[in-house]
Ligand binder design. Structure first.
Ligand code: PLP
Length: 408
């Protein structure tokens, strides 16, 4: 008789956003006349920029003619996109990254979930708390996290690094030595970032203890301060200890198109059984076996993000969201809330008032302001008493939501 993968059965049932959707639907059904403003989920709302649309149309037309038709993409991505990324995202910032160290994919979610496969099964992971849930859940599925304690929301074999107002949302080096360290800055959900000097401490630590940092740079386009790194490869020594994840979702609005990349330097290698093993080789092998590549038309759309027009249009899109973030951040401050994030990120992270739990505040906001946000506790135990609002809505909705919150 077949058996299910028991590691999957260990995952706690209800996914954060489905619980939120159920609550919101129930409220809307009971109060059909109320206009609910959703500042909860992290999806973008602005359309793709003209440079991207133009590239898509052109690439679609190419698919209609025998002489320009493209079938399977190269395993690791088209050279035109890898080159554009390497030039613009890395070499222009002084990061020593070669075109062939970039692997094109369908986004940072799948890459952040899959990357653990190329490491030993008994690798110990360290994550920030609160955290984007995919890092932990994918390691649970791989049988790496031990057992889940429902009361505390903690897995027995995971190193948690709390990020709260007490440490300015910057994780401290763990006491126990991890093999894999997941870092995401600017952070989802806290919206806070760390400086290049702070990230350098992590790179030095990883090199010293022989750990790998998996650095999720999905929100780098939102960085406004000069001392915050856009890539971990801005740090000295990162080539021997880091993997970076990139996404076109939040900068260029590709949440529906799907495009991302993973960067693995050839210098990330380890002596194993007398052989020097490059992690680049393992990820290339995985890509070749399990993935047939992001669509040609989407990769052409990605390339268009690096044209002069594309860059300007994307910058404009990001600044529209950042205008919302600034409005939400300042409005909450004026209303007397303790507020974080929102400066280098589309996420604003607030401390719940009157010691309410995250879910109590969720209900309070839904019922009394008809505004939907995300309870911080859904991202990990240290997210309790915090709450996330996103800047991905329209400006008018952000303004109206804040008016309502101020009236509470
Ligand atoms: N990484 C982080 C930290 C995210 O918050 C998200 C999406 O919300 C992703 C990755 C997923 O990005 P993608 O759309 O490229 O899969």
């Amino acid at each position: 008789m077949f058996r299910p993968n028991e590691d999957y059965l260990k995952l706690p049932g209800s996914y954060l956003f489905s619980t939120i959707a159920k609550k919101v639907n129930a409220y809307q059904e009971a109060n059909p006349d109320k206009k609910i403003i959703r500042l909860g989920i992290g999806d973008v709302t602005q359309p793709l920029c003209p440079a991207v649309i133009e590239a898509l149309h052109k690439a679609v037309d190419e698919q209609a003619s025998e002489s320009t038709f493209r079938g399977y993409a190269p395993d690791l991505g088209y050279e035109f996109l890898r080159h554009a990324m390497a030039e613009n995202d890395f070499r222009a910032r002084g990061c020593d990254i070669a075109d062939d160290e970039i692997f094109i994919s369908d986004g940072a979610k799948s890459d952040s979930a899959n990357i653990q496969e190329i490491f030993a099964k008994d690798s110990k992971i360290a994550v920030c708390d609160p955290v984007y849930p995919v890092y932990v859940d994918s390691n649970v599925m791989a049988g790496r996290c031990g057992d889940y304690d429902k009361e505390s929301g903690i897995w027995s074999n995971v190193i948690y690094m709390p990020c709260t107002a007490e440490n300015n949302f910057a994780p401290e080096l763990p006491k126990e030595t991890p093999d894999l360290i997941y870092l995401c800055f600017p952070n989802n959900p806290t919206g806070e970032a760390i400086t290049k000097d702070q990230l350098q401490v992590w790179v030095d630590y990883a090199n010293k203890v022989g750990a790998v940092i998996i650095f999720d740079a999905a929100y780098e386009a939102y960085i406004s301060q000069d001392n915050i790194p856009h890539s971990i490869f801005e740090c000295e020594g990162a080539r021997t200890c880091a993997i970076e994840l990139r996404s076109f979702s939040k900068n260029a609005g590709f949440t529906g198109l799907r495009l991302g990349a993973t960067i693995i330097p050839h210098d990330l290698k380890v002596k194993f059984n007398g052989e020097e093993v490059e992690m680049h080789r393992l990820w290339a092998r995985r890509h070749g076996t399990k993935y047939n590549g992001a669509p040609y038309v989407v990769q052409r759309a990605g390339e268009a993000c690096y044209s002069v027009e594309g860059k300007a249009q994307i910058k404009d899109m990001v600044s529209k969201y950042m205008k919302n973030a600034t409005y939400i951040y300042n409005g909450l401050k004026d209303a007397g809330y303790e507020v974080y994030g929102g400066k280098n990120s589309p996420y604003v992270w607030l401390h719940t008032p009157n010691n309410m739990t995250s879910w109590e505040f969720f209900d309070h906001l839904l019922e009394n302001a008809n505004v939907v946000g995300t309870p911080g506790s859904g991202f990990g135990p240290s997210g309790e008493h915090y709450f996330r609002l996103t800047a991905f809505g329209s400006y008018d909705n952000s303004v109206e939501a804040l008016e309502r919150i101020k009236r509470l």
